[in-house]
Write a protein that binds this ligand. Structure first.
Ligand SMILES: [Zn+2]
Length: 409
């Protein structure tokens, strides 16, 4: 009798295919011999696995001239043309849809203002129209679509692909996977926006080599993706990482957070708080470019205008962003003390003002974290900036493909 059944052999083959593909994703380009050495399988097994991955168009051969000998050598790399991926981000005041290749390169993207609090159906329909556009574009640019990833604020049931509750959207129990898969006929993966962004940063961004990092997704709220010991930490029910609602100082005179509580970290450092800080300054007639910019663009005070003013050198705007950065730094210092991560990555809409906010965060972390721990952590801006969750949504599909290469034909 054979020691393994056919079922076992199929499973072992799938695990080995995934090991090769994931290793190449993190380390390519590399030769077959380097690959065999690195993952500890014999050369003929690796060659056979590589042939299958090439047949499935997930990897391809590239020629690189060896600098030492001048002879071209054959290396393996991830094939960007393995398939297109659609990412959907449900923001609190916008929706965004992207089409990328298998390497996360943007092929097409649309961002639109939205008001999800006005109605769930209208907002979801808005994204479905954009998804249809992405599918049309993909027919011209890519051979096949691998799936749709959806990033949403709030808590998500991963198995069912259901948004359980998003305080900032006022949405409950929305079967997102069912909605998008019925519309597109494609596999659909759904995750919380900050968790998705953390996966994206690990696959494509500044945290590629990190085994322990925190992704701080900052916009209307502050969400956290805790990537610990090489994987996302989800907690008992999958809801871990709601760092924005950790309580700093609960005083009754403060306006409440969207969650109903008072004194949540995000109320000191989110977009609203920045707008309110500026409003308070302008009320006492400080000299600033902001009123003129509001008049010229005929728009109310917004985070976008404040960022624009800061970029133009406006002192009030810069001071406010530094204040918000210091408030963000307090929470980041707490995370560093608790988790001892290699890095904390800041992304999401607020990172469009990253160059004004980051120095204050770094400064605060240096002052407020325990030196032995703080010195081991880098605070960095996300490689995808404001698009962090959107690339995160794409990366959900990439991650699933890396885990199950034989699902791709
Ligand atoms: Zn809260």
């Amino acid at each position: 009798m054979l020691p393994y059944s056919t079922g076992d052999q199929t499973l072992v083959r799938e695990i080995n295919l995934s090991t090769v593909l994931r290793y190449l994703h993190a380390n390519a380009p590399m030769s077959r011999a380097q690959l065999a050495n690195a993952i500890g399988l014999n050369k003929s097994t690796v060659s056979s696995l590589v042939e299958e991955l090439i047949e499935r168009s997930l990897i391809h051969e590239i020629g690189i001239t060896n600098a030492g000998t001048g002879r071209p050598a054959t290396f393996l790399d991830i094939d960007p043309g393995a398939g297109g991926i659609i990412g959907v981000e449900l923001g609190v005041d916008f929706v965004s849809v992207i089409l990328t290749d298998f390497c996360g390169k943007t092929l097409w993207q649309r961002l639109q203002d939205a008001d999800p609090t006005e109605g769930q159906e209208a907002t979801i329909t808005q994204t479905l129209h954009l998804v249809d556009e992405a599918i049309t574009v993909s027919r011209e640019k890519t051979t096949r679509l691998l799936g749709v990833g959806v990033a949403t604020p709030g808590t998500v049931n991963l198995d069912e692909g259901v948004l359980i509750f998003a305080p900032n959207l006022h949405w409950r129990n929305v079967p997102l996977r069912k909605i998008y898969s019925q519309h597109t006929g494609l596999p659909v993966l759904v995750d919380n926006d900050a968790n998705a962004a953390a996966v994206g940063e690990h696959l494509f961004g500044v945290a590629r080599q990190a085994q322990n990092f925190v992704f701080v997704f900052a916009g209307v709220g502050i969400g956290g993706g805790l990537f610990l010991n090489g994987e996302l930490y989800r907690g008992k029910s999958g809801f871990a990482g709601e760092i924005g609602h950790s309580v700093f100082m609960a005083e009754t005179f403060q306006p409440p957070c969207h969650c109903g509580n008072r004194g949540c970290w995000e109320t000191y450092a989110n977009q609203y708080s920045i707008v309110e800080r500026v409003r308070a300054r302008l009320e006492v007639r400080r000299s600033s470019l902001i009123p003129q910019m509001m008049a010229e663009s005929n728009s109310p005070l917004s985070f976008a205008i404040i960022t624009k003013a800061a970029d133009a050198g406006d002192k009030e705007a810069r001071d406010v962003l530094a204040e918000a950065g210091a408030a963000m730094g307090m929470g980041v210092a707490n995370l560093i003390n608790i988790l001892n991560p290699e890095m904390v990555v800041i992304g999401g809409p607020l990172s469009t003002a990253g160059k004004h906010i980051l120095p204050a965060i770094v400064d605060c972390v240096a002052k407020r974290s325990l030196p032995e721990i703080g010195q081991q952590s880098q605070v960095m801006l996300s490689a995808s900036g404001a698009n962090a969750s959107l690339i995160g949504a794409v990366s959900l599909v990439v991650k699933a493909t890396l885990s199950r290469p034989s699902s791709v034909n």
